[in-house]
Design a protein around this ligand. Structure first.
Ligand code: FAD
Length: 521
C-alpha cells in the first residue's frame, strides 16, 4: 500500500474536538482528516442547546458535577465529572475570546438556558439555537488562519496502522461516494475525534457521516471500548419523515413547552415530578411508549413562545417550515431518536486509549463523564475539555517539528459501503437495539449484523460500522439490568449501588456474537 510519512500529528475528524485540539496543539504541526468541507458533516455544527457551564455567581461547578453524577445513574466517574465541570468556565471564556458571539443580557452577562436535569439555568447559548454552528464558525476561521494546521478535506480514515501495539498512523481513503484505493499516512501521534454512533440507527438526529466508524476502526485495531451499551435517545426529534430527523431542542421544554398526544393528554406529569424536564431517558421512554401505542406525541410551544419561536429558535422554525408545520398555531410531532453515544473508545484522564500513541476526544471517547445517561449540553463541554487535555498530553509525548505540509492524492480502487446493507443495519439497530431492548431482539440484531458483515467484507467503512453495532448490541445483551438510557424489558430493575462500567474488546464481542449465531443454526 502507498505510504506517506509525516512528522505532523494526525487528527481524525473535524468537529469541535478536532478543531479545538488542533488550535491547542499550535504551533505544533497537525494534519486534520476531514471527510467534508470544514463545518459540514459534524454533529458539533448541529448542536442547538449550547454548552453547560456554571457561569452564574450563584451556580457552582460542584452543583454541575452533582447533576452530572445524578443523571449518569450510578455510572459517572466522579473525578472526571469534577475535572470537566471545574474547567467549564475557562473554556467558555476562551471560546468567547476566539470569537463566539454568545447571547448576552443587557448587563453583559451570559444568557443561560435551562435544560433537563440541571438544577440551575446553566447552558450558554448563541442566537437561541445556533450554538454549534456559531462556535464551529469561530473556530474554523481560526483554524484556516493557523499555518501549522493542514486540513485534508475529502479524506476519511478507515483503519489504524499499528505495529507491536503502537499506533503509527492511519489508513486513508477518499471520502467521496466511490471511495478510492487506500493509502497509509504515518505521523508522530494519532488523535481520534471522529464523533459518535447515532447514525447507526435509522431514526437519528446525527449527520449521515456519524455512524460509529471511528469507534469501529479503533475497535478493529484492538482498542478497549467502554460503556458501548449506553446510547442516548433524544425525546424530541421531529417526526416528519426526514433522515436525519431534525431536532427540537430541549431548551424549548426549558422555556415551558409541553408534551401532549393526539388525545390532547399531557402525559409527563403522571410519570415524573419534573414532568417535561425529567431526565432525558425518562422522557425518551415516555415518548417511545406513546408512539408505540399509536398516540402520536407532540411538542406544544404555542402558549409559551407563540410566534417568537420563529425568531428565537431559527433552526427549529426552519425545519418546521420545511415540513409545512407552523409551530405558532400547531404542535410539532416528535419521536425518540438516537442522539448521543455515551460509550466509546475507553480513555484515561490524559485522553489516552488502550493502544500506545493513540488519543481520543469528543463523542468517540468514553471518559467516564456521562455514565449511563449524558446530562444535557455536557457533550460539547466534554469535547472542549478533553481536546485540550489530549493536546497537552500529545505535546508532552511528541518532539516538536517544523511545519511541512504533505500532498495526498488518491488512486481509484476501494469499495464503498452498499447503501442497502447500511439501511438494513440501521433499521436493525432501531428495531432491536433501540429505546427498549430484550435478549431476543438483541440476539436477532447480532445475527443480522453478522450476516450483513459476512456479505460485505470488501468495504472497510462498512466493517467499521458493523464493529460498533456489534459492540453496542453485545454490551446491551451483557448488561442484565435497566440503567439510565439502557432499558431492558426483560430486566427492568437496576442493580443496587454504583454501577460497573463495561469494557469490551471487539474480539470478546465477536466471540459472543458467533456463539449466538451458532445457537440459532
Ligand atoms: C442535532 C444535535 C444537537 C446537539 N445539541 C447539543 C447541544 O446543544 N449541546 C451539547 O453539548 N451537545 C449537543 N449535541 C451533541 C454534540 O454535538 C456532540 O457530542 C459533539 O458535537 C461531538 O463533537 P465531536 O468533535 O466529538 O464530533 P463531531 O462534531 O460529530 O465531529 C466528528 C467529525 O469526525 C468526522 N468523521 C466521521 N467519520 C470519520 C472517518 N472515518 N474519518 C475521518 N473523519 C471522520 C466527521 O465528518 C466530523 O467532522 C448535539 C448533537 C446533535 C446531533
Amino acid at each position: 500500500m502507498k505510504t506517506i510519512e509525516t512528522s505532523q500529528v494526525i487528527i481524525v475528524g473535524a468537529g469541535l474536538g478536532a478543531l479545538y485540539a488542533a488550535l491547542k496543539l499550535a504551533p505544533r504541526p497537525v494534519v486534520m482528516i476531514s471527510p467534508e468541507r470544514l463545518g459540514k458533516g459534524a454533529s458539533s455544527a448541529w448542536a442547538q442547546g449550547g454548552v453547560a457551564a456554571a457561569m452564574h455567581m450563584s451556580d457552582s461547578a460542584e452543583s454541575h458535577a452533582a447533576d452530572t453524577i445524578k443523571a449518569g445513574d450510578g455510572m459517572v466517574d466522579a473525578d472526571v465529572a469534577d475535572l470537566v465541570t471545574q474547567e467549564a468556565r475557562a473554556h467558555i471564556l476562551n471560546l468567547t475570546e476566539l470569537g463566539t458571539p454568545f447571547d448576552r443580557t443587557e448587563n453583559g452577562d451570559y444568557v443561560m438556558s435551562r435544560e433537563a436535569a440541571h438544577s440551575f439555568a446553566r447552558v450558554v447559548r448563541v442566537k437561541g439555537d445556533q450554538a454549534g454552528a456559531e462556535i464551529m464558525a469561530a473556530l474554523i476561521e481560526r483554524v484556516r488562519a493557523t499555518p501549522s494546521i493542514q486540513v485534508l478535506e475529502g479524506t476519511m480514515a478507515i483503519d489504524l496502522d499499528v505495529t507491536d501495539g503502537r499506533v503509527g498512523g492511519v489508513v486513508l481513503q477518499s471520502a467521496d461516494d466511490a471511495r478510492s484505493a487506500p493509502l497509509i499516512l504515518r505521523g508522530s501521534a494519532v488523535l481520534l475525534a471522529g464523533g459518535g454512533s447515532g447514525g447507526l440507527y435509522a431514526l437519528t438526529t446525527n449527520p449521515p457521516r456519524i455512524r460509529g466508524q471511528v469507534i469501529g476502526l479503533a475497535a478493529r485495531a484492538g482498542a478497549v471500548i467502554a460503556d458501548a451499551e449506553f446510547v442516548q435517545f433524544h425525546p424530541t426529534a421531529m417526526d416528519v419523515g426526514e433522515d436525519p430527523a431534525p431536532l427540537a431542542t430541549e431548551a424549548l421544554r426549558g422555556e415551558g413547552a409541553i408534551l401532549t398526544n393526539n388525545r390532547g393528554e399531557r402525559f409527563m406529569q403522571a410519570l415524573h415530578p419534573d414532568a417535561e424536564l425529567a431526565p432525558r431517558d425518562v422522557v425518551a421512554r415516555a415518548i417511545f411508549a406513546q408512539s408505540q401505542a399509536g398516540r402520536r406525541p407532540m411538542l406544544d410551544t404555542r402558549e409559551v413562545l407563540g410566534e417568537a419561536i420563529k425568531t428565537q429558535y431559527p433552526a427549529v422554525a426552519e425545519a418546521c417550515a420545511r415540513n409545512g408545520i407552523d409551530p405558532a398555531i400547531e404542535p410539532i410531532p416528535v419521536a425518540a431518536a438516537a442522539h448521543y453515544h455515551m460509550g466509546g473508545i475507553a480513555t484515561d484522564t490524559e485522553g489516552r486509549a488502550s493502544l500506545d500513541n493513540l488519543w481520543v476526544c469528543g463523542e468517540a471517547s468514553s471518559t467516564g463523564l456521562h455514565g449511563a445517561n449524558r446530562l444535557a449540553s455536557n457533550g460539547l463541554l466534554e469535547a472542549l475539555v478533553f481536546a485540550r487535555i489530549c493536546a497537552q498530553s500529545i505535546a508532552k509525548s511528541v518532539p516538536e517539528t517544523a511545519v511541512s505540509p504533505i500532498d495526498v492524492t488518491f488512486e481509484d480502487g476501494g469499495t464503498p459501503p452498499d447503501p442497502d446493507a447500511v439501511a438494513q443495519l440501521r433499521q436493525t439497530m432501531t428495531t432491536h437495539v433501540g429505546v427498549v431492548r430484550n435478549a431476543t431482539g438483541l440476539k436477532t440484531a447480532l445475527r443480522t449484523i453478522a450476516a450483513l458483515e459476512a456479505a460485505n467484507t470488501a468495504s472497510v467503512s462498512f466493517l467499521n460500522m458493523t464493529a460498533t453495532a456489534t459492540l453496542i448490541a453485545v454490551a446491551a445483551l451483557n448488561r442484565e439490568e435497566s440503567r439510565g438510557a439502557h432499558c431492558r424489558d426483560d430486566f427492568p430493575n437496576t442493580f443496587q449501588g454504583q454501577g460497573q462500567r463495561s469494557r469490551l474488546t471487539l474480539k470478546d464481542a465477536l466471540a459472543i456474537r458467533s456463539q449466538i449465531c451458532k445457537e440459532a443454526s
